[in-house]
Design a protein around this ligand. Structure first.
Ligand SMILES: Nc1ncnc2c1ncn2[C@@H]1O[C@H](COP(=O)(O)OP(=O)(O)OP(=O)(O)O)[C@@H](O)[C@H]1O
Ligand SMILES: [Mg+2]
Length: 156
């Protein structure tokens, strides 16, 4: 019985995409529909959309190097507490800890190098995992805050 309830509380949606730039919009739209369905609105919804855009763009451009034969898989897992987006690509991955801080002077002058920084700032958790069987998964998590935990309006 417990297992059934647990399964009912977890909903997973998966979409497989070719590595084309146009699919960034598609991934964002799909994810935003699901984020709205669990109650995200306004700024929070926009942050989820921007984070997903950056991570899917990276999967297509850096992970799969725009090779249209390679796939990106976007999986959204919804639980009562979390909205989780996993973006898998067929690339070799990267080391999160060795990325330069985009607030450093040399990166400030560049036009790129901010995507991951923004995605991390907009979400509650950010993980990168490079699998043994190949491929890389970037996971983004946003916590679903229940109404009772929200700050009352006007609170400092
Ligand atoms: N899925 C990925 N596979 C391989 N390397 C990646 C992946 N995602 C990010 N990277 C590496 O991390 C770096 C930083 O990514 P980030 O999104 O912050 O900046 P960017 O993509 O270079 O520029 P932009 O500001 O346009 O997003 C990338 O330049 C790339 O080297
Ligand atoms: Mg990027």
């Amino acid at each position: 019985m417990t297992t059934r309830h647990l399964m009912e509380a977890v909903e997973t949606t998966t979409r497989t995409l070719d590595s084309t730039i146009g699919n960034i919009d598609l991934a964002e739209r799909d994810t935003l529909d699901l984020a709205e369905s669990v109650g995200f609105r306004g700024d929070e919804l926009e942050k989820v959309g921007l984070a997903v855009r950056e991570v899917v763009a990276n999967a297509i451009i850096h992970g799969n190097r725009l090779d249209e034969q390679k796939r990106v898989v976007v999986t959204v897992v919804r639980t009562p507490d979390q909205f989780k987006v996993e973006v898998w690509d067929q690339g070799r991955g990267f080391d999160l800890s060795s990325l330069p801080d985009p607030r450093s002077p040399e990166v400030l002058l560049r036009e790129s190098g901010r995507g991951i920084y923004m995605a991390r700032a907009f979400m509650d958790e950010f993980h990168v995992q490079t699998g043994h069987a190949g491929g890389t998964t970037v996971s983004l998590v946003k916590y679903i805050r229940k109404n009772s935990e929200e700050q009352p309006e006007g609170a400092l």
